[in-house]
Write a protein that binds this ligand. Structure first.
Ligand SMILES: Nc1ncnc2c1ncn2[C@@H]1O[C@H](COP(=O)(O)OP(=O)(O)OP(=O)(O)O)[C@@H](O)[C@H]1O
Ligand SMILES: [Mg+2]
Length: 240
């Protein structure tokens, strides 16, 4: 964590169309160092797409993703993403993490050590030798989280990190997200879970139909929504 920060991250007028649909519409967003940024919005709002564009997995049709002056490749090596649907190799739980860490040039013994630490962190320490794809949905999500964390990223994109977790697992992942900031990391997460957003967000971006209708400090947006859409969403009355 001694290297210069890749933050702040600036998204500048990002637009993305797909088959005639405007999926992201002129999004501006600023992610500051060590502030948990939550992208909030109903199903289909564009949260997953926005995270994938920010992480460099999808090129926008227009606009720019800027990482504090660094090239895309340098910045990419210092980020990790946990996807809404886990993508796991057909190998053991441990091997999934070791493989991801080894890709960073870490020697095998050190990678194995890191993998065990990461598994203990998410409560999967006893499942190291199980085939990854035999885990339950929630366990797979925790494994994905452990794999991202084990890569020691400065920035973590977490797409609906607790969506398929039971209450206890969800609580423990939330605690880990809180700890990330103490470790000097910055989390950018998407959710439609208002309670979690209230607990975790420093900054909030409210997305609706591909547009960032509101953005700013979370406490301010929760207390005083300016758009009828966010006001309705906070009351549980806006579905898409
Ligand atoms: N691969 C794809 N091809 C075509 N359209 C897509 C694709 N992925 C997403 N979309 C569309 O883009 C829009 C935004 O999708 P996205 O997955 O970003 O929403 P979301 O806010 O993450 O929703 P959810 O809360 O359900 O995860 C949706 O209308 C979706 O149907
Ligand atoms: Mg999504």
């Amino acid at each position: 964590m001694e290297a210069p920060s890749i933050l702040p991250l600036a998204l500048e007028t990002i637009s993305l169309r797909h088959e005639g649909q405007q999926i992201l519409d002129r999004i501006n967003m600023l992610v500051a160092r060590r502030r948990t940024t939550v992208v909030l919005g109903p199903n289909g709002a564009g949260k997953s797409m926005l995270l994938k564009v920010a992480h460099g997995l999808i090129a926008p049709d227009s606009g720019a993703v800027r990482w504090s002056g660094l090239s895309g490749a340098e910045a990419h090596a210092r980020q990790a993403m946990v996807f809404q649907k886990p993508v796991l190799l057909n190998r053991s739980v441990l091997a999934n993490i070791v493989h991801a860490v080894r890709l960073q040039g870490v020697p095998r013994a050190a990678a194995v050590h890191r993998a065990h630490t990461a598994l203990d962190h998410v409560g999967l320490g006893d499942m190291a030798v199980r085939p990854a794809r035999s885990l339950s949905g929630g366990e797979q999500q925790r494994l994905s989280f452990a794999r991202a964390w084990a890569r020691d990223p400065e920035v973590l994109f977490l797409d609906e990190p607790t969506a398929s977790l039971d209450p206890a697992a969800s609580w423990s992942i939330e605690q880990i997200i809180v700890d990330l900031r103490r470790e000097g990391r910055t989390a950018i997460l998407s959710t439609h879970d208002l309670a979690m957003a209230r607990r975790l967000a420093d900054d909030l971006v409210f997305l609706h139909r591909g547009r960032a209708l509101e953005a700013g400090p979370a406490a301010q947006l929760f207390a005083d929504p300016k758009t009828p859409e966010l006001a309705a969403f906070l009351k549980g009355e806006l579905h898409w």
